[in-house]
Design a protein around this ligand. Sequence first.
Ligand code: 6PG
Length: 246
Amino acid sequence: MIKGILHLLPTSEILAQEAAKFIQQRITDTLQQKKRCSISLSGGNTPRKLYQVLASEPYLSSIPWNQIDFFWGDERCVPPDHPDSDYLMAKETMLDAITSRWQPGIYRIETEHSPAEAAARYEKTLREYFSDSSSGFDILLLGMGEDGHTASLFPFTQALHETKRWVVENYVPKLQAWRITLTAHFLNRAVTTMILVSGTNKKKVFTFIQTPNASPEAFPVLTIQPASGELHWFVDKDAFSENVSG
Ligand code: 6PG
């Protein structure tokens, strides 16, 4: 079995609903301890439904979005208005609705600069934001690709070996593209990490990462091992299989 707490949901719609409920509770718990709550968003398709749920009632009115600071766990090296932009996906599915009523903090990765410059700028932002804390994001949302990548930590790429920097530019040969990604070194400082896995196309990799043969180098989602925080997997039935022989 995978490390962490498994939330097994019957459908992707119910996964989105349950994840939204869980996030609201974690925000409430966080804001009892501190004034602001940092949430790192993931890109891709899986979180779209979750973002739409959070941007609708009851969450749109009941969560104090003024006390939330949004970050991203990774970004494609495209302008913020490009269809592939993780920032644009979150803006269209959630942030436009939230910012029509509230003023959350939004710390996007500034991809108008070169990969190296964007990574350096984002690292500076994070180090300033988390300067008085040894932990990281209060809530970290991650997905998992069919190849076992998470954020833009892709199999056998340079970013997997970074132990000092919090943000790196990562060339992904199979995409023939640069990505900006937070490193496991920083991601694992999160207080609550949620990995969302949905769809039959993730079943094979979800099964394999439960076996002893799966290495973090080949399946970077396995580098997500929170130092002291909680790890929660939100998996729907289409993606789930318990690798009993694992
Ligand atoms: C991205 C994401 C990436 C994503 C996985 C899964 O920028 O694409 O951060 O890590 O979570 O690729 O993507 P899907 O949800 O589309 O399967």
